[in-house]
Design a protein around this ligand. Structure first.
Ligand code: CTP
Ligand code: MG
Length: 244
C-alpha cells in the first residue's frame, strides 16, 4: 500500500491555447467540429481513457471564449482547465506546469500532448508509458521519416538531399518528470522550442524514441481535418462491427 502511494503518477497536460492560424478558420482548430464533437474533446477522451492517467490538465488562452460553450462533463473531476496560455506552445506548457505544481510531485510523469492530435489512441499512450518506465530521460512518440528529405536553398530549388537514416519526426505525447521538464523549459528560449524533448536535450538528456503511428497526425491545414474525420469514422465502424 505504502509503496503504491510512493510510485510516481502519470498525468497529462494538453496545450490548447493556440489560434490555429494555418487552418484559416473562424475559430481555433481545437474547437472545430470533428465527428460531432470539438477536436479537443477527442484529444481529451484519448488521454482520459487510459486508466493510468490520473488527471488531465488543459491549458487555454486567458481570453478563450469557446471552452465553456461545450459539454466536458464526461471527464468529470479528472479534467481541469487552466486559463494561463502563453504566446508560444512552450510558454503555454511552462505556464501549465507551474499551475499544476501544487498538485503533483516532482518525480510524477507529465505526458504533454497537442490538443491538435485528436486521433491518439490509448494503445499508443500505454506503449509510451511502458517503454519509458522509470527512465529519467523520458521519451516521446515519433516516427522514422519515410520520405526522401530535401533542403531548399531558396527560390524553391533543392541544394541538398539530407540522408534520412536516423531521422525521426516527433509526435506527442512527450513524457517527462514534472520537475525536470519545468526546469528545462524555465531555462529555454521559449519562442524557439517547438517540443518538450528539445528543451530536455538542451540539458544533456537523451530522451527515448518510442514508435508512434501515422494516424496520430496533427491537424494543421484544412485537409488534415478531413483526414482525421475519415480515421475516426473508420475506427467507429470497426468498433460497431466488432460489437455486432
Ligand atoms: N499552442 C498553445 N499555445 C500557443 C500556441 C500553440 O497551447 N501559444 C498549442 C496549440 O493549441 C496546439 C499545440 O500547441 O494544440 C500545437 O501547436 P500548433 O499545431 O502550432 O497549433 P497553433 O499554434 O494553434 O496553430 P498555428 O501554428 O497554425 O497557428
Ligand atoms: Mg503554432
Amino acid at each position: 500500500m505504502t509503496s503504491r502511494l510512493l510510485m510516481p503518477r502519470h498525468v497529462a497536460l494538453v496545450p490548447a491555447a493556440g489560434t490555429g492560424s494555418r487552418m484559416d478558420a473562424q475559430l481555433p482548430k481545437q474547437y472545430l467540429p470533428l465527428a460531432g464533437r470539438p477536436v479537443l474533446w477527442h484529444t481529451l477522451r484519448a488521454l482520459a481513457s487510459v486508466a493510468r492517467i490520473d488527471h488531465v490538465w488543459v491549458v487555454l488562452s486567458a481570453g478563450d471564449q469557446w471552452f465553456d460553450r461545450h459539454d466536458w462533463s464526461v471527464f468529470g473531476a479528472r479534467l481541469t482547465a487552466l486559463r494561463c496560455g502563453g504566446p508560444s506552445r512552450a510558454a503555454s506548457v511552462l505556464a501549465g506546469l507551474r499551475a499544476m505544481q501544487p498538485h503533483v510531485a516532482g518525480s510524477d510523469w507529465v505526458l504533454v500532448h497537442d490538443a491538435a492530435r485528436p486521433c491518439l489512441t490509448a494503445d499508443l499512450v500505454e506503449r509510451l508509458i511502458d517503454t519509458v518506465g522509470e527512465d529519467d530521460a523520458g521519451g516521446i512518440l515519433a516516427l522514422p521519416i519515410a520520405d526522401t528529405v530535401k533542403r531548399e536553398g531558396g527560390g524553391g530549388r533543392i541544394v541538398e538531399t539530407v540522408p534520412r537514416a536516423g531521422l525521426w519526426a516527433a509526435q506527442t505525447p512527450q513524457m517527462f518528470r514534472h520537475a525536470m521538464l519545468l526546469e528545462a523549459l524555465s531555462n529555454a528560449a521559449l519562442d524557439q522550442v517547438t517540443d518538450e524533448a528539445s528543451a530536455m536535450e538542451a540539458t544533456g538528456v537523451q530522451p527515448r524514441l518510442v514508435m508512434g503511428d501515422v494516424c496520430n497526425m496533427k491537424i494543421t491545414l484544412p485537409a488534415d481535418l478531413v483526414l482525421a474525420e475519415t480515421l475516426l469514422a473508420g475506427r467507429q465502424s470497426r468498433t460497431e462491427r466488432q460489437n455486432g
